[in-house]
Design a binder for this molecule. Structure first.
Ligand SMILES: Nc1nc2c(ncn2[C@@H]2O[C@H](COP(=O)(O)OP(=O)(O)O)[C@@H](O)[C@H]2O)c(=O)[nH]1
Ligand SMILES: [Mg+2]
Length: 303
């Protein structure tokens, strides 16, 4: 299956909503009135594209109508172009260490999809012919380590884990030692879910990162914040607070297949200025896809 089809299938709910609403609005009125523009605004905000992006699209539609009249009015093409322009150049490549092991830390609140994303990312890296190791640093819940081990078994990726309740920084340390000894390309560190409001838990995460950085210069080279798309634009607050406590280098937006508010990908990236590196479009190993602005815009606004 091609990338575009994957995006289209995964973004089905958001696309379906936008398609119906925009078609209804455009076909309802041959002329572009203030009412139609308001309805369009409403539809775009309803898909969580955010105020800034919505205003930009509506302004572009209005301008096209004023200069070219009804014939030049292709709302879908205009929205596609504006979203693509706004998301900018593709930055979805993982950061890498200059040489040797690259450490990727996967962080976020509970249930956003960190463990699943760690496993899917291991699968993606493997499919590109590189090696990975997983570190189970969610030591709070016994089930969390088990969950990662099940994934490791399925994907044939080794999982480094400590005892239940072990210090996650110690597990991370052991994992770097193991990955370095094996000459592994990527170490993916699955961390415990934590609320950005819990100061002690954020400190614990800072410690995990600090310990890794002492052991291996530059580690973690990439810190991916996992956000659940079904929480919509509310994820923005989460992201801002996390970013204050631990510098985030990229975003992963999961569960886009489960929401009609997939426009939040655009709003979040625009607001935070952090690149969306991967998107989760389902629960299977290859449902994590590198983000591609052009394909995303097309999947959202195809007719
Ligand atoms: N539909 C869908 N479900 C997902 C996606 N990513 C994760 N999940 C599900 O979300 C639930 C929580 O995921 P998990 O990785 O355990 O979250 P964690 O607590 O952040 O580690 C699991 O049931 C996953 O299968 C996605 O992209 N799409
Ligand atoms: Mg987990």
């Amino acid at each position: 299956m091609g990338l575009f089809q994957k995006f289209k299938d995964g973004l089905f709910k958001t696309h379906d909503r936008l398609l119906h609403e925009i078609k209804r609005i455009v076909s309802g009125s041959p002329k572009l009135t203030e009412t139609t523009l308001e309805e369009l605004e409403h539809a775009l905000i309803g898909a969580d594209l955010g105020m800034a992006m919505t205003t930009q699209i509506v302004a572009a539609v209005k301008k096209a109508y004023e200069t070219q009249g009804g014939t030049g009015l292709d709302v879908f093409a205009i929205a596609r172009a504006e979203v693509e322009k706004s998301l900018g150049a593709n930055q979805s490549e993982l950061r890498r260490a200059g040489s040797g092991l690259t450490v990727v830390s996967i962080v976020g609140v509970n249930g956003t999809g960190k463990t699943t994303t760690s496993a899917k990312l291991a699968h993606l890296i493997q499919s590109r012919g590189e090696t990975t190791l997983l570190a189970a640093c969610d030591t709070f819940r016994a089930a969390a380590v088990e969950q990662l081990k099940v994934w490791g078994g399925r994907l044939n990726v080794h999982v480094i884990a400590g005892a239940h309740g072990a210090d996650p920084a110690a597990v991370a340390h052991d994992a770097i030692t193991a990955a370095t000894a094996r000459g592994t390309h990527f170490l993916l560190v699955d961390t415990a879910g934590r609320l950005h409001t819990k100061h002690n838990l954020m400190q614990e995460l800072q410690k995990v990162h600090r310990v890794m950085g002492k052991q291996l210069a530059g580690a973690p080279h990439e810190v991916l914040l996992v956000l659940d798309a079904t929480t919509g634009i509310n994820a923005l607050t989460q992201a801002r607070e996390f970013h204050k406590a631990v510098p985030i280098t990229g975003l992963v937006i999961t569960k886009l297949d489960g929401t009609s508010k997939g426009g939040m990908v655009v709003a979040i990236q625009k607001e935070l200025g952090l690149p969306v590196k991967f998107i989760g479009l389902g629960e299977k190993p290859d449902d994590l896809q590198p983000f591609d602005a052009k394909q995303f815009a097309e999947a959202l606004f195809s007719e």
